[in-house]
Design a protein around this ligand. Structure first.
Ligand code: DGL
Length: 271
């Protein structure tokens, strides 16, 4: 019997759904396994060692389903552990930082690009490096926004609290010449309307989702692994924490019912 190999997508929580949704849109025949590590979110304030350890655990779990590719749909885990995971598995591993940087360089006219992300991502300097590799003279203004992910994980996308949090975290970025702002955390597209309200129409927001989905398609095509035919797939979702909020946000974001498997990690792994 023919069994379709899935694409495994992982994140610290619901953020990677912004990438998964775009993959579903661009590649509707691909089956997706999505893992949200909601028991241990946020990853942003954690050490690289800890994030690498968590990412390895999730990849080891997902590999039992024989995926054809792994997508680290988390900027923080991409910055800390992309190369580590690449060295451990025999299938392609895609991160979200280079695709986001490519999209921004393709769009900026002023040559001043903003990057917002978690503390881990901003501290790593991974976006600055990726942007400068593409365009050495680009001006990069970076800001860590540690209060955004907890809002998203609570499902608090639009409220006065959300507006005030976004305004006080990034309102000062309006003083720069930037015309392009990279949402350097996959959770942030959930707050895109509020971020746009605060930044004004002059600033285009970039999410790495589109460009990452294109990179996934290109790699699968090159490897002869693109699924083009057959029935529409049933995607599978896993989360390590409270399944209710995860399911609610996922269904709201994707606009459909999902099958969810809660995953219980051994106690020593839960920090
Ligand atoms: N969605 C994540 C990212 O892109 C991680 C956020 C977090 O857990 O702090 O960085």
């Amino acid at each position: 019997m023919f069994v379709q190999q899935p694409i495994a997508i992982l994140d610290s929580g619901v953020g990677g759904l912004t990438v998964a949704k775009e993959v579903m849109r661009q590649l509707p025949r691909e089956k997706i396994l999505y893992f949200g590590d909601t028991a241990r979110t946020p990853y942003g304030p954690r050490s690289s060692e800890e994030i690498i350890h968590f990412t390895r655990e999730i990849v080891d779990y997902l590999i039992q389903f024989n995926p054809k590719m792994i997508v680290i749909a988390c900027n923080t885990a991409t910055a800390a552990g992309l190369e580590d995971i690449r060295s451990r598995v025999a299938i392609p591993v895609v991160g979200v930082i280079k695709p986001g940087a490519r999209a921004a360089i393709g769009l900026t006219v002023t040559g001043c690009v903003g990057v917002i992300g978690t503390e881990g991502t901003i501290k790593s300097g991974a976006y600055e490096q990726a942007l400068r590799e593409l365009s050495p003279n680009v001006e990069v203004i970076s800001e860590a926004c540690p209060r955004f992910v907890p809002l998203v994980e609570k499902g608090n996308f639009r409220s006065i609290e959300t507006y005030e949090t976004v305004r006080s975290s990034i309102g000062h970025l309006r003083g720069f010449q930037m015309d392009t702002l990279i949402l350097g955390c996959t959770h942030y597209p959930f707050l895109a309307e509020t971020i746009s309200e605060v930044m004004g129409q002059r600033v285009t927001l970039i999410s790495s989702a589109d460009e990452t989905a294109r990179e996934i398609r290109d790699i699968l095509y090159k490897n002869g692994k693109l699924s083009r035919e057959g029935a529409l797939p049933v995607h599978q979702f896993f989360c390590s924490g409270d399944p209710r909020m995860f399911k609610k946000i996922t269904q709201q974001w994707l606009g459909k019912q999902i099958e969810l498997t809660p995953v219980v990690w051994q106690v020593p792994n839960i920090v």
